[in-house]
Design a protein around this ligand. Structure first.
Ligand code: PFF
Length: 431
C-alpha cells in the first residue's frame, strides 16, 4: 500500500495530463499504457524482488549481490535522480497546498492574498510552501516508513478516486468539455513520433516510481509472505487507472477553460502555462460549479492532492535517506535532516527559477529514469540472473512454477525491456 501511495501522486494528476496535452492526447495515452504494462511492470517486479532479497537500500542491494563495485553506480544514479526529482516535486506539491488557501481567500473576497498566492512566479511564496512540504516529509521519514503512510494511503486513494469521478461528472456537461474528451480518447496515430514515445516511457517510469530504486527500498520492507508479482500488478493497475481517470477530468477541463477565453496553447501548440497548467485550469472548473459547493469540492480536491503528493515525497526522500543510513552508518534522524536539507536547498533555487523544473524533469525523469530502468533490468537479468531472482519471487507466490508470469518474465527482463528502452533512448539521442 505504501508503494501504491508513493506511485499515485502528482505524476498522475499533474504530470500525466500535462504531458498528454502537450504530446498529442489519445496517441500519447495509448503509448503510455503500453509502456506501463510492457516495460514498467516487469521492471517493478525486478526492483521489488531485488529489495526483498537483499534487504538493502538502492545502492546496497547491488553491493550485496556482486563484488564488482561498478554496479553500485546504478543505485547511486537512482539516488541522484530521486533527489533531483524531489527538489522540483516539492515546489509543485507546494502549489497544490497553496491552492487550498487561494480558493478560500477567493470565496471570502480576500482578493489580495488570493492574488499573491495564486502567482506561481512568486519565488518567496513558492519557497514557503515547498519548505512546509519538505519539513512535513522530513518529520514522517524521520519516524521510518510505517503504518502511518499505509493508513493515509488506504483512506486517501479511494477518496481521491471518488473526488475525481464527481468532478468528471460535473465537468463533462460544461461547454467545450466534449472537445477535450475527443482529444483524449480519439487517437490520431500519425502523431506518434520518437519524442512522444520517449516522453510516454519517461512518464510511465515517473508515475510508477521506477528506475531510481524507490521500489528496491520499499521491496526491502516486504515480508517473505508477500506476493511480489501480485503487489506489482496491483500498484501498476491502480496507478494507471488513476492517471487515466485524472486525464478524463483535466483534458476536458483544459477545453472548458479555452471555451471561456483562456488561451492554453500558443501558436506552435505548446502549453503556455507550462508546469503550472493544472493550477490555472482547475480553478475555472471550480468557479463554474460555484458557491459553497464549488469551494468545498476545490478545498477537498487540493487537500487530497497534497496528501497524494506527500506519500510520494516520502518515498522519494526515503531512497537517499536509507542509502545514507545503511552505507554510512548514520542515524536515521541525522540522515533525514541532512538529505532533506540538501534537497531543500536545491528547491530554493527551483522556486525562483521555474525554468529549472522543465530542465530537471527532462534530464532526471524523461531520460534519467529509463536509463536507471535499463541498468536495473540488465543487472537483474544478467548479473544476479533470472533463476536466482525467480527463487526470490516464489516466496509468497505458491503457484509460481505453473504461472504464465514465470514463463515470460525472464524474457522481458533480459531482452524485451532493455532492448526497448535502449532503442527508445537511442532514437532520440541520434535523432
Ligand atoms: N510516482 C510519483 C508520482 O506519480 O507522483 C512520483 C515518484 C515517487 C517518482 C517516487 C519516483 C519515486 F521514486
Amino acid at each position: 500500500m505504501a508503494a501504491a501511495g508513493g506511485a499515485v501522486g502528482l505524476g498522475n494528476i499533474w504530470r500525466f495530463p500535462t504531458e498528454t496535452a502537450e504530446n498529442g492526447g489519445a496517441a500519447f495515452l495509448f503509448v503510455y499504457v503500453i509502456c506501463c504494462f510492457l516495460i514498467g511492470l516487469p521492471v517493478m517486479v525486478a526492483e521489488l524482488s531485488l529489495g526483498r532479497a537483499t534487504q538493502r537500500n538502492a545502492v546496497g542491494a547491488f553491493n550485496a549481490l556482486s563484488k564488482n563495485p561498478i554496479y553500485q553506480a546504478v543505485g547511486f544514479w537512482g539516488v541522484i535522480c530521486g533527489s533531483m526529482i524531489l527538489s522540483f516535486y516539492v515546489v509543485i506539491a507546494g502549489w497544490s497546498f497553496s491552492n487550498v488557501f487561494v480558493e478560500i481567500f477567493d470565496y471570502v473576497g480576500m482578493t489580495g492574498p488570493a492574488t499573491t498566492l495564486v502567482d506561481t512566479s512568486n519565488g518567496v511564496v513558492n519557497i514557503l510552501f515547498a519548505a512546509l512540504f519538505m519539513v512535513a516529509t522530513i518529520f514522517i521519514v524521520r519516524g521510518g516508513v510505517s503504518e502511518g503512510i499505509e493508513r493515509a494511503t488506504k483512506t486517501m486513494m479511494p477518496l481521491l478516486l471518488v473526488m475525481l469521478l464527481v468532478l468528471i461528472g460535473l465537468t463533462l456537461p460544461m461547454e467545450g468539455a466534449a472537445d477535450g474528451v475527443k482529444a483524449y480518447l480519439q487517437p490520431d496515430f500519425s502523431q506518434i513520433d520518437r519524442e512522444l514515445i520517449l516522453y510516454a516511457l519517461g512518464q510511465s517510469f515517473f508515475s510508477l516510481s521506477l528506475g531510481l530504486g524507490a521500489l528496491i527500498t520499499y521491496g526491502s520492507y516486504l515480508s517473505k509472505s508477500d506476493n511480489v508479482v501480485q503487489s506489482a500488478a496491483i500498484v501498476t493497475l491502480s496507478d494507471v487507472s488513476i492517471a487515466f481517470i485524472a486525464g478524463l477530468l483535466i483534458i476536458p477541463a483544459i477545453y472548458v477553460a479555452q471555451a471561456q477565453g483562456i488561451q492554453v496553447f500558443d501558436d506552435a501548440g505548446s502549453l503556455i502555462a507550462g508546469p503550472a497548467l493544472i493550477f490555472n485550469i482547475l480553478p475555472v472548473v471550480f468557479d463554474n460549479i460555484g458557491g459553497i459547493f464549488g469551494l468545498g469540492l476545490a478545498v477537498t480536491f487540493f487537500l487530497l492532492l497534497s496528501v497524494a503528493a506527500l506519500t510520494s515525497t516520502i518515498s522519494l526522500l526515503e531512497v537517499s535517506v536509507s542509502y545514507v543510513i545503511d552505507e554510512f552508518n548514520v542515524a536515521r534522524n541525522t540522515a533525514t535532516w541532512l538529505m532533506g536539507g540538501v534537497i531543500g536547498t536545491i528547491a530554493i533555487w527551483v522556486s525562483f527559477d521555474l525554468g529549472m523544473i522543465d530542465i530537471l524533469d527532462t534530464v532526471f525523469s524523461a531520460y534519467g529514469l529509463p536509463i536507471g530502468g535499463l541498468l536495473i533490468s540488465l543487472f537483474v537479468g544478467w548479473v544476479w540472473k533470472t533463476p536466482a531472482a525467480m527463487e526470490e519471487l516464489k516466496h509468497g507466490f505458491p503457484s509460481f512454477e505453473n504461472s504464465f508470469f514465470q514463463k515470460v518474465w525472464p524474457l522481458f527482463i533480459r531482452f524485451i525491456c532493455p532492448i526497448l528502452i535502449f532503442l527508445i533512448l537511442l532514437d532520440l539521442v541520434t535523432g
